[in-house]
Design a binder for this molecule. Sequence first.
Ligand SMILES: *Cc1c(COP(=O)(O)O)cnc(C)c1O
Length: 448
Amino acid sequence: MTSLEHTGGPSLPQERRLVTAIPGPGSLERLDRKKAFVADGVGTTLPVFVVAAGGGVIVDVDGNSLIDLGSGIAVVSVGNAADSVVRRVQEQVAAFTHTCFMVTPYDGYVDVCEQLAELTPGEHAKKTALFNSGAEAVENAVKIARVATGRDAVAVFDHAYHGRTNLTMAMTAKNMPYKNGFGPFAGEVYRAPMSYPFRDGLSGADAAARAIDVLEKQVGSDNLACVVIEPIQGEGGFVVPAPGFLPALAAWCTANGVIFIADEIQSGFCRTGDWFASDDEGVVPDLVTTAKGIAGGLPLAGVTGRADLMDAVHVGGLGGTYGGNPIACAAALGAIEEMRGHDLPARAREIGAVMHSRLTALQEEYAVIGDLRGRGAMMAIELCEPGTTTPDAARAAAVAAYCHSQGVVVLTCGTWGNVFRFLPPLSISDALLHEAFDVVAEAFASTS
Ligand SMILES: *Cc1c(COP(=O)(O)O)cnc(C)c1O
């Protein structure tokens, strides 16, 4: 045991261990309490109640140890309770917990902004503002783009997910469960067709031309403040645009004075095998939004980008009570230390290679797997009726239920709910990863 004396983290036994049904009696009892006190609108994917987590496992109140292929939705990329995160958070929480950076500042905030300037794509002068959640970062990126351009319109894409606040609901594509009944939504948001090679068969250049045509004809580039896009879509189904799509879109934005905003909230911080997914094709966004993987589980988000754009906003125009909270900043500095120290972009590529080979074998065996896509430790399979693009969400639900019952945490996503997304913590061992995919294979066998 380290001097930290924490019970989770990388020192937890790295094993899948089932001692009860999933969920077990302890979790079922707690589910009754949840039912009594927590709003029903807050759902749970796999209702085991957690007492510890780390490396590649999650341990529940009944003593079951589950393999984690979800990372709390791409958040604990450095692993749960990672050593550097725990150490820095403990030091910070004992020193001071909050002052509000807008009242009396502190180093941690500036340190995180310096790291973001260095790590995000491009060598130009960059600045950052910090917030609490991904949605808040996206909203602020739009605010900055509007002030910097003097234009109103915002372009987003089919299958996009940008959050659950009013503006970001308008930007998110999928109605259920994110938007249904929650309108009216913010105006001046326009949706363009996404490059989705499995479904449209278009080259990146052709898909970009199609999207640009919609924007030119239906919005007009002179009215457009920004284009906001996930370089690999998250909730929308891990859709990877065809090569050339993102560079063409970014070039069109630059030529027309439109701010190109990469929403890297899910794809960023080593997940795809690069520091940011935009790096893969050398795309340099004007602004980048970050959250999720940035701080090892503490709530932190950022907008980072061209200094001239970031500084277009009047003093006092950006901020918030908790944005860049000192404990969250300490966690981010710890997480970045883990990413650099363990070369987690390289580890994401190794994990991606294992997942790709396991999933390729599965795809050869099961015709229901219509598409295999993704990069690094952000990989997905889309389930469709064999030989078609007709979604098979029922099979996806059955496979997920089997995995959950066998102690493997898997997540589905996609507009039709028929996509499995695999995004394990980058601290997972190869042995656990293989065991998890053994279970995924069993799940396909037992649900055919
Ligand atoms: C999760 C997510 C958001 C919203 O982040 P929250 O922290 O949940 O508000 C925005 N964009 C993308 C791409 C995301 O994956």
